[in-house]
Design a binder for this molecule. Structure first.
Ligand code: NAP
Length: 234
């Protein structure tokens, strides 16, 4: 059975991806900050879903988990964990608007959304090379597109723009080793990140992401695609 490692698997899109991959018979390495509190994740079939504590801003813990799983092949690394900034979003978004920017917030968002996925790729490359699919897929956002959106959330938007550039560099770097690197926008999904106007249900987003991942080929490496298959302008 193929294996997927998912970060931020305790809620939202990550939890649903863990559920759907487990239902499809995959082995799921489900990572989250506090497994003891991850009640819904813990309710998934234990024979397929293994939980591990992981904070993607803690590079030592990423390396420790990579060591712990050293003998395991991983087919798909799914960098899902991310933050939009302090929640509730509507009450805190001024911290990301020009004139009232909180630079500590910006730094934390970059550490999570940009450094986290890159560090995960660095640490888990040997596991991916031992797998058969060799795919690194990261949840990005259309908000990070320079031409499609001008959402003025400086921290979140730039964290995803920088992530996209980093992942395109990674795509070039790893192509010769047969690793496919892709960025996916899940749509505006009804999770904790919803400002109140999200229009995509969590299961539909996760289903679309899984279908995209299944279709990904090495020639798609470096692509940035919406969950429904539409290409996104950079
Ligand atoms: N929802 C949308 O409309 C939307 C749109 C575009 C892109 N995205 C992206 O989709 C991904 C999933 O978001 P979501 O909508 O499912 O949001 P969510 O419900 O807030 O879930 C985010 C997940 O990331 C985890 N996380 C945050 N910081 C972490 C850290 N330092 N280490 C490990 N895990 C961490 C959270 O864990 P805790 O429970 O411990 O906080 C949670 O499991 C994110 O990358 C997001 O940027 C979402």
């Amino acid at each position: 059975m193929p294996t997927v490692l998912i970060t931020g698997a305790n809620r939202g899109i990550g939890l649903e991806l863990a559920r759907q991959y487990a239902d499809a018979g995959w082995v799921v390495i489900a990572c989250c900050r506090n497994p003891d509190d991850a009640v819904e994740l813990a309710a998934l079939p234990r024979n397929r879903v293994r939980m591990y504590p992981l904070d993607v801003t803690d590079h030592q813990s990423i390396e420790a988990l990579a060591d712990e799983l050293a003998d395991e092949a991983i087919d798909v690394l799914l960098n899902n964990a991310g933050i939009i900034g302090p929640v509730p979003v509507a009450e805190n978004i001024e911290l990301q608007h020009f004139g009232t920017i909180d630079y500590a917030v910006w730094e934390q968002v970059i550490r999570t959304n940009t450094f986290g996925p890159v560090k995960m790729a660095e640490a888990f490359l040997p596991h991916l090379l031992a797998g058969s699919e060799k795919k690194i897929v990261t949840l990005s956002s259309t908000v990070g597109s320079i031409t499609e959106r001008d959402t003025p959330a400086f921290a979140y938007a730039t964290s995803k723009t920088a992530l996209n550039k980093a992942m395109t560099l990674l795509a070039s770097k790893l192509k010769d080793q047969g690793v496919t690197v892709a960025m996916v926008c899940p749509g505006y999904v009804k999770t904790r990140m919803d400002f109140g106007t999200a229009d995509v249900e969590i299961p539909d987003s996760a289903k679309g992401i899984r279908s995209l991942i299944e279709r990904l080929k090495l020639s798609d490496s470096g692509s940035f695609t919406r969950y429904n298959g539409e290409a996104i302008a950079w």
